[in-house]
Design a protein around this ligand. Sequence first.
Ligand code: GDP
Length: 431
Amino acid sequence: MPGIIVVGSQWGDEGKGKVVDVFSSQADFVVRYQGGANAGHTLVVDGKKTILHLIPSGILHSHTSCIIAAGVVLDVERVCEEIRALRASGLIKDQTQLLISDSATLILPYHRLLDQARERSAGLEKIGTTGRGIGPAYEERASRKALLFGDLFQKETLRGKLEVALKEKNFLLEKFYGEKPVQVDDLLKIIESVTQELAPYRCKDTSLVIYKALRCGKKVLFEGAQGSLLDLLHGTYPFVTSSSTLSGSAMIGAGIGPSTITNVLGITKAYTTRVGAGPFPTECDNATGERIRQVGAEFGSTTGRSRRCGWLDLVALKYAIRLSGITSLALMKLDVLSGFEKIEICNSYELDGQKITEYPVSPGDLARCKPIYEALNGWSEDLTGARSLKDLPRQAQDYIQYIGASVATPIDVVSVGPGRDQTLWIKPLFS
Ligand code: GDP
């Protein structure tokens, strides 16, 4: 049963979208299983850029069915915008290309308003959320009061459910945050405007679709959003996202068992970035960080925020490999490191005068960690034209080898540019 999970192994933005797009050509199904429109996958095909927030990156291949599973928090207005744009550019030709689970949690305007009001009122304690309502929607699901995608189609009960939800949300918005309340009629108008458009993509039980596909040997790729270090339980809490970003989350979010998974591909950049607040031991708040930011265009595809940049952190990468049972790695954006005379790579930390090689789970400890670097020789050549490993300069090959050996995990893919053809294949994923 060939199920493969693709997870980010840093703080997100690792280039998962490109990897999923490239591997989708071999997949029958691509499944989004957690997160919401806070993810932003940028895909470049034949020089044309497409940014997807909710729809799985596999949508660019017409033979692949894309599934938004129960674990996703679904902003109905945004998903409609994406569908419209994809239809307009001929990328969604028929409705079988996209299935949305009836059990996915809805994000409605009041979730976004609450998210933004909360961040505003937090001042210096801001988490740095994208303000897209993801946290409030997951909270509502856990409190068992959320509306689900299937509820949109139950006209007779919809108004009542919205009224119940608004009673509490408006109290918070008005009395706690001093914002304007949301009117049920305005919400219903928005919902009416999108429901008809979304109806063709409705699927009562995507878990069953995925199960049947796996049972008959179809290739299913599970597309993670955000990165392992942003995991709600195991990330740098509280500076984390509100869902689980680890491979185990694919099982829960999609509703399938772990025995169906044959491979977990971890995506890592050749350096490290982070958006928003929280500890980041290898951050280079200097000319090196600025150079990586500019060359790597490290600005958020969802928010446009500039990303914090630094060297590759192997201690954190090993932690991510352990948490998600990563079986192989894709090393992205190697081209960005061209031109550095020396490339530093962190393989241990100093914590309170002690050298440690395991990632400390306490964010307080992590914030006090100082990276211990090894300096490797850099290269001056432009890598973007390389099409196989042997096209790379010796120093770049050494860098790849050093990483693979240090984390005891094979590197199956190396990427040297945003385009599909700038992917150096080392090993096919669905073998
Ligand atoms: P995701 O959320 O993990 O999919 O990552 P993003 O889409 O936010 O960020 C990845 C960005 O890097 C996108 O703009 C990609 O087009 C780009 N990209 C992906 N792989 C490479 C690469 O190997 N080199 C360069 N220079 N850019 C890349």
